[in-house]
Design a protein around this ligand. Structure first.
Ligand code: SF4
Ligand code: FES
Length: 225
């Protein structure tokens, strides 16, 4: 099968992009959409031209990496499938196909068809942190009676969401200082908190809190100074 492709090319996030014409020639009908693009990229490599940048990993509809808009539709025509599960036999020989990246302000283009979707990961992290029920088992299990896991869960929950950004620094400072003033101990990395937490809050949130608190304290000191 042969196709005419109109592919979005954009060298980097800050650069202007545009559609560029490519010919996809002698594509086996049983190829997936990504395999068709692999063939086009091989021919670009052969001509010493920059291959089209795009994301994919599992190619089985599991990882969610293959974020293409095909003929104006995210993941292309057809229902309940990802770009990697789209096959060229669903197109007509000779079709013109428009290919561009997912379009959303929250998904900045990295290059060509590859976008940064890491904000979705941050929302998932925020959901995990939100699972804290405030039971205090982490304090009871810690040899220092530290409340760091609880505070880390609460600070991370809000700090990872877009609407939590304006007060992210002041919140981290206020919560840590309040914790200290109320007589909770310091975290010295015993990880007993994580072991007993019924909500399975990860101790990695404590590292996040330490980073946020460190950055906020520095800004605070520079502003006061
Ligand atoms: S043990 Fe887990 S759920 Fe309970 S307060 Fe601590 S972090 Fe929250
Ligand atoms: S490459 Fe993993 S879902 Fe398409």
């Amino acid at each position: 099968m042969n196709f005419r492709l109109k592919v979005w090319r954009q060298p980097r996030a800050a650069a202007a992009g545009k559609f560029v014409d490519y010919q996809a020639r002698e594509i086996p009908a049983e190829s997936s959409f990504l395999e068709m693009l692999d063939i086009v990229n091989e021919s670009l490599n052969d001509r010493n031209e920059d291959p089209i940048a795009l994301d994919s990993d599992c190619r089985e509809g599991i990882c969610g990496m293959c974020s293409l808009v095909i003929d104006g539709i995210p993941h292309g025509p057809g229902k309940a499938k990802t770009t990697c599960q789209l096959y060229m036999r669903q197109f007509q020989d000779g079709d013109t196909i428009w290919i561009e990246p997912f379009r959303a302000a929250a998904f900045p283009v990295i290059r060509d068809l590859a976008v940064d979707r890491s904000k979705l990961d941050r929302i998932i992290l925020a959901m995990e942190a939100a699972a804290c029920i405030g039971c205090g088992a982490c304090v009871a299990a810690c040899p220092n009676s530290s409340a760091m896991l609880f505070v880390a869960a609460k600070v991370s929950h809000l700090g990872l969401l877009p609407q939590g950004q304006p007060e992210r620094s002041s919140r981290a400072i206020k919560m840590v200082r309040t914790m200290d003033s109320l007589g909770f101990g310091n975290c010295t990395n015993h990880y007993e908190c994580e072991a007993v937490c019924p909500a399975e809050i990860s101790a990695t949130f404590i590292s996040r809190l330490n980073r946020d608190y460190g950055a906020a304290s520095l800004t605070d000191a520079l502003t006061v100074g």
